[in-house]
Ligand binder design. Structure first.
Ligand code: IVH
Length: 681
């Protein structure tokens, strides 16, 4: 391929991928299958490998790039990022409307009501239509430059859509980065499984994710963005069609390729405005993001300008906050749970109360600092809250109901499980307050946690290993680490309380079967901090054996896509510990499978090893995907374009220009039946 040809193909691919990203991530209406998309994407990567000079910062391949940052640079906002005044009642909203009316006497007032998205406010600055800077709000005047992190969000256009001559040379758009409820649940489940601290809610998870310094880690967080406002707009061009109302703005943002709020209501009267607020409250739970209110905005930008802003908030908009679903109940006591990694979590034991669809008798108190800051005492009447599907939390105390008989909770200085002196631990990202940790790896609670995790469905999938059995195995001393499971005798298990011979046998059969599980399950089952199932699978694709993973240097580990330094260091730290080295040897002795079936050996083996195929035209006996799979299973590679390095071009019916190219370059062309014959040899 000549450079000119490559350049043309590159431009075409970039345009195609942009289009598909938009349809997939912004409109949620994909035009092609994931497989077809992957092919385009891979072709682009290959092309850029061959012609690195074609790589531009806004190529789709550059979304997740660069090394981790030492820190974020400050970014000065050209136009301050204000916040909104809050209201909590109709009366307060009426006051706001009357205030606006007094300031714009006799004028017609029209409103837009939008959901108030519970995320993290950000600004995206486009210069000449290209994303130049993305930043957080900070104090409203200076935020953090988090461009690299925001680029990983696939619904952020790197280049604005439409005619770039029709957009101002500087265009700042503002909105909210959020984590979908679904994404939040998944992330927390993964973190739980990997022994990491949980995020309290989707907003904290989004904020914590944007604070990560390694964009590759951010790319793994399920973040998305909605845009609803403008910052600086400068350098309008003759063709610029800058909107003059909020409603027009939302349409314009859409046409530039942005995702805008799920719904917006245009209101010509106060009555319509209150209807909109009520309707939003009915539908907002169906939105993919959490919302905590309605934002009421004056529609006309001209009126907005004339009203201006106070130091803190615009005079033309206000937030109306919906009440969170709360309940009051008595705090009977506080217990402290010890997790698999030793983290101590205080749990509120509550008088059962019905809240948002279920009966609640326990709620999290997060950590010691939280209890102290809120002055939560045993015997208090407390307010509990459930936001979305999130774990219920104690959010405050009803002080009027305090009798004086309440007792202040003293956080244990020793582990409630093993009596070790607890240590304070610097918390990971977003959760405020540091957690206490039991430092004793032999703590029965930690041992139980590790064994439950090893046996869990997502890991080694050992049946019958419920909490009760695991607790007994640990208490009786039969099992001290996961490798001990493989030395258990039938009599030993059958002799445990509430265990018959039959269930003991089933359990041991399942233990035996687990020896053959794939390596990624073993790796995940070890419970290394930050190594969730997804990371384990990624590693198992790159390393042939568990030993290869554990012997790799941090540097080698970070070379794997999606593995950042946090993960790599965690693995190195784990494998360097004497007890873990012993554990690995015990597992080897026990006959656990250390080989990865996900690992695709490179260089390839098989009859097609080292051979590159290009497919063109339609095959009658199989689809293109099937042919590709066939070639790959025999050790060959399939390329999307013909080059001198191509070994065979398989030409089906109606072959395209690839056939001409093959002839031109003298590459061997075979037809379908020749190809099938080759596959059989
Ligand atoms: S308009 C000049 N619209 O709420 C400020 N803000 O509590 C204009 N927010 O800082 C903000 N959804 O981060 C606006 N539809 C929406 C919003 C929204 C969420 C956030 C925004 C703002 C905060 C104020």
């Amino acid at each position: 391929m000549t450079f000119q040809e490559a350049k043309a193909r590159h431009a075409k691919l970039v345009e195609e991928i942009r289009k598909h990203d938009y349809h997939y991530y912004v409109l949620a209406k994909p035009l092609i299958s994931d497989h077809e998309y992957d092919k385009l994407y891979r072709e682009l990567i290959e092309l850029e490998k061959k012609f690195p000079e074609l790589i531009t910062p806004d190529s789709p391949t550059q979304r997740v790039g660069g090394a981790p940052l030492p820190e974020f640079k400050p970014h000065q906002h050209a136009v301050p990022m204000l916040s909104l005044d809050n209201t909590y009642s109709e009366a307060e909203v009426n006051e706001f409307i009357n205030r606006v009316r007094r300031m714009l006497p006799g004028e017609k007032l029209e409103w837009v009501v939008e959901p108030k998205i519970d995320g993290v406010a950000v600004t995206l600055r486009y210069e000449n239509g290209r994303l130049a800077v993305g930043a957080t709000r900070g104090d409203g005047f200076t935020g953090d430059d988090i461009t690299a992190n925001l680029k990983t969000i696939r619904s952020v256009p790197l280049v604005l859509h439409g005619d770039l001559d029709a957009v101002p040379t500087v265009l700042e758009v503002r909105g909210e980065v959020y984590m979908t409820r679904q994404g939040f649940e998944r992330l927390n489940a993964e973190r739980k499984a990997a022994g990491e601290e949980l995020f309290a809610n989707p907003r904290n998870a989004a904020a914590g994710s944007l604070k990560l310094l390694d964009p590759r880690e951010v790319a793994n967080r399920p973040l998305d963005i909605v845009l609803y406002g403008l910052g600086q707009v400068a350098g309008e061009r003759p063709k610029s069609k800058v909107p003059s109302t909020q409603l027009e703005l939302l349409d314009w943002l859409k046409s530039l390729g942005f995702k805008t709020p799920e719904r917006a209501w245009f209101c010509k009267s106060e009555a319509e405005l209150f209807d909109a607020i009520a309707e939003l409250d009915k539908v907002r739970r169906n939105f993919p993001y959490e919302t905590d209110g309605a934002v009421i905005k004056l529609n006309s930008f001209d009126q907005q300008r004339r009203l201006g802003a106070t130091a803190k908030a615009p005079r033309w908009a206000i937030a109306y906050k919906y009440a969170a679903e709360q309940a009051q109940t008595k705090l009977k006591g506080i217990t402290v749970q010890v997790g698999r990694t030793g983290t101590l979590t205080p749990v509120a034991e509550l008088e059962p109360v019905f809240l948002a669809g279920s009966t609640i008798s326990r709620a999290t108190l997060h950590n010691e600092d939280y209890i102290r800051e809120k002055d939560i005492r045993i015997g208090d009447t407390v307010i509990i809250e459930k936001a979305g599907e999130v774990i219920p939390a104690v959010v405050g105390v009803v002080l009027e109901k305090r009798t004086g008989n309440e007792t202040v909770f003293k956080f244990p200085k020793t582990c409630p499980e093993c009596g070790s002196k607890v240590v304070k631990e610097q918390t990971a990202d977003a959760t405020e307050g540091a957690a206490w940790r039991c430092p004793n790896p032999d703590c029965p609670a930690q041992i139980r946690g590790r064994i439950e995790h090893w046996c869990s469905r997502g890991a080694m999938d050992i049946e019958g290993a419920g909490e009760v059995l695991v607790a007994q195995l640990v208490k009786t001393g039969l099992v001290r680490d996961v490798a001990d499971l493989y030395n258990l005798k039938l009599e030993q298990v059958a002799a445990l309380e509430r265990m018959g011979e039959k269930s003991a046998r089933n359990f041991l059969d399942s233990v035996e079967a687990s020896k053959q599980r794939d390596m990624w399950r073993v790796l995940y089952g070890l419970g290394i901090l930050h190594v969730g199932a997804g990371v384990a699978k990624t590693l198992a694709r790159h390393f042939a054996t568990l030993d290869d993973v554990l012997n790799a240097s941090a540097e080698e580990l970070t070379r794997v896509e999606d593995v950042g330094s946090v993960i790599a260091n965690s693995i190195v730290h784990w494998r360097n510990q004497e007890r873990n080295k012993k554990l690995i040897e015990k597992l080897r002795q026990a006959g656990i499978n250390f080989k990865s079936s996900l690992y695709s050996a490179r260089p390839a083996v098989g009859p097609f090893a080292g051979k590159t195929f290009v497919l063109t035209g339609t095959l009658s006996s199989m689809t293109r995907e099937e042919a590709t799979a066939k070639i790959e299973s025999l050790g060959g590679k399939v390329a999307s374009s013909v080059s001198k390095k191509t070994d065979f071009v398989v030409a089906g019916a109606d072959p395209g220009s690839k056939l001409d190219k093959a002839r031109q370059l003298g590459v061997k062309v075979i037809n379908e039946s020749e190809f099938l014959k080759m596959c059989q040899t």
